[in-house]
Design a protein around this ligand. Structure first.
Ligand code: TXA
Ligand code: MG
Length: 369
């Protein structure tokens, strides 16, 4: 592939006219079949005209993404969803009304011929979402078309939460990046598939829209989180769930307390002790190590772990903060070439569930202490 000059548009601290100009240029590039990374409220997306088969194929090439992992189509108004889906049922309508724009992707029956096969990886369904980010919505409207957009990382890397992360992975491989500052939530959207006849909403990927929020919006439906079920791994509705997830350069060990009745203090102490012992052993062998904590303690307080890099992603009762910081932290471990990472578990309340889903997928092993 010939290297492109990747354009950088600053839409963070320019004047209103400069932002307008940036959006117009990015939209023009998309209409010509180019690839543009843009901010959303979850993570940065790598957009292409969803109706342009060549542009969509260029996304797979730029990311090094397996062809059988379908893309999410991003829209700015409901009519675009009607053009993409052959049918939208009442529960799906209710979820759209309640959560769009926002971090919810609906897997809908695809309208035949509406999109090139590459977008849906040949499936008869299409993932659709309306992002809640003003720049994303402006860009989609200015381009005048739906945008296919996976997360804007090289396949196998953590999703980007800043424009700098996008450039780390894709500089020279894409047409441009629209910098809108740090993404808000920090983890990818919740992906769901509604099975109206079974009265069930399947959560294929947990995210910012939690099971409790879905239950509230559709009280008569069952909510089934199948994101980590074995059945799902065998017959994936979401091929991406099978294998395409971040794996750090180093081996990540998730260290959990096996005793649910242990107090938070006891849990922390046990986890710390186990990490400490494992770190000492590795250090003695000259292996570079890292620690990922959810403590939010003042600087002096985290036990001085014998590790090369210790990152604290905030207190255990603030899962939103953990979500926002997780991917940048994982990139830091990669950048520091840490060979062994020990991560503690976060309570699975709210978006804590999504944080733990990503950590479990990144983990090589789980140690119960
Ligand atoms: O928050 C997000 O969703 C971000 C931003 C950019 O919008 N996008 C994102 O895209 O995370 P990506 O490609 O990294 O993840 C898309 C996920 C994959 O797990 C994929 O398998 C699933 O959505 N997906 C897409 N279309 C699907 C379909 N038709 N059926 C089942 N799963 C689908
Ligand atoms: Mg992704």
């Amino acid at each position: 592939m010939t290297a492109l000059r990747t354009k950088y548009w600053n839409a963070v601290d320019g004047t209103a006219e400069q932002t307008e100009q940036a959006v117009a240029e990015a939209a023009a590039l998309l209409r010509e079949g180019g690839l543009v990374a843009f901010p959303t409220e979850t993570v940065y997306g790598l957009g292409a005209d969803a109706a342009n088969g060549q542009a969509v194929e260029a996304i797979f090439a730029a990311k090094g993404r397996p062809q059988d992992n379908p893309l999410i189509v991003h829209i700015a108004d409901q009519e675009q969803a009607d053009a993409l889906a052959s049918r939208i049922g009442p529960v799906e309508r209710a979820l759209m009304a309640r959560f769009w724009p926002g971090p919810l992707t609906l897997v809908l029956p695809a309208r035949p011929g509406a999109l090139p096969a590459a977008v849906t990886a040949g499936l008869d369904t299409v993932g659709v979402r309306m992002p809640a980010h003003p720049l994303a919505l402006r860009l989609i409207r200015a381009a005048g078309r739906a945008l296919a957009a996976p997360s804007a990382n090289r396949s196998g890397r953590p999703s980007p939460t800043t424009a700098a992360h996008v450039l780390e992975d894709l500089d020279g491989a894409i047409g441009g990046v629209l910098d809108g500052g740090p993404a808000g939530i920090g983890l990818e959207s919740t992906v769901v598939r509604v099975d109206e006849s079974a009265g069930r909403i399947h959560v294929l990927r947990p995210g910012g829209i939690t099971a409790a929020m879905l239950r509230q919006a559709a009280p008569h439906m069952d909510i089934a989180d199948v994101s980590e079920s074995a059945e799902q791994a065998e017959a994936p509705r979401s091929p991406g769930m099978k294998y395409t997830h971040y794996a750090p350069k180093g081996e990540l060990t998730l260290v959990r307390c096996a005793d649910p009745s242990a107090s938070p203090e006891e849990t922390r102490a046990r986890v710390s002790r186990s990490m400490y012992d494992q770190l000492e052993t590795l250090r003695a062998q000259g292996i570079s190590t890292g620690v990922l904590l959810f403590r939010g303690e003042r600087e002096a307080e985290p036990a001085p772990y014998p590790a090369d890099l210790v990152i604290d992603c905030g207190p255990p009762d603030r899962p939103e903060e953990a979500a926002r910081r997780l991917y940048a932290a994982l990139r830091q471990f990669d950048d520091a070439n840490v060979a062994a990472i020990f991560a503690e578990a976060l309570p699975e309340d709210g978006i804590g569930r999504a944080v733990m889903n990503r950590l479990r997928k990144a983990a090589a092993r789980i140690t119960d202490v």
